[in-house]
Design a binder for this molecule. Structure first.
Ligand SMILES: N[C@@H](CCC(=O)N[C@@H](CS)C(=O)NCC(=O)O)C(=O)O
Length: 165
């Protein structure tokens, strides 16, 4: 397997899970802005969507979306108990958290901070563009923090209730 990653990005999640799984893989670094693969090549020829993480299986199949990739990896090594078995409610709760992290936190809250065109000036056309971003971050972080502090430290997100309680 090949994991295409960029430092300081959400590709850290499947990177960690691959180590936890103990599966052999090659980590291939890309520049997320220029889309150049370290060692040569255009990353868009690997993943036309242009973003990491991207996992290329040994048969050449491409898998994208962090939430799906980590579950795929976990399912390769059921003995490691990295995720509850498919079809159980525990698995559904894990999926609930993963979806919360990728939508509410990642794309909904933090991604806008990395847009190159984001203006320094908080007012654009008379509207404050920074408020929705900071409110979204604050809401998502509070939900996550509440869940973590309401219980003893979780060994896995699936052992907790979902984001809604
Ligand atoms: N929906 C994707 C989003 C992945 C994503 O936004 N990756 C960022 C790094 S954290 C990226 O590669 N951005 C560069 C781009 O979108 O061109 C997922 O959940 O895996």
């Amino acid at each position: 397997m090949k994991l295409f990653y960029a430092p300081g990005s959400s590709s850290l999640l499947p990177h960690i899970v691959l180590y936890e799984a103990g599966l052999p893989f090659v980590a291939v670094r890309i520049n997320e802005h220029s889309k150049v693969i370290e060692g040569g090549g255009d990353f868009r020829n690997v993943n036309p969507l242009g973003y990491v993480p991207a996992l290329v299986l040994d048969d050449g199949t491409l898998l994208t979306e962090g939430a799906a990739i980590v579950q795929y990896i976990a399912d390769q090594v059921p003995s490691k108990n990295l995720a509850p078995p498919n079809g159980t409610f525990e698995r559904t709760k894990l999926q609930s958290w993963l979806n919360f992290c990728s939508s509410e936190m990642h794309k909904g809250s933090f991604s806008p901070l990395f847009y190159k065109g984001i203006p320094e000036e908080p007012f654009v056309h008379g509207l404050r563009h920074d408020l929705p971003i900071s409110m979204s971050i604050s809401k998502a972080m509070n939900i996550l923090w509440d869940r973590i502090t309401q219980s003893s430290m979780p060994t896995s997100l699936s052992s907790q209730t979902g984001p809604a309680g």
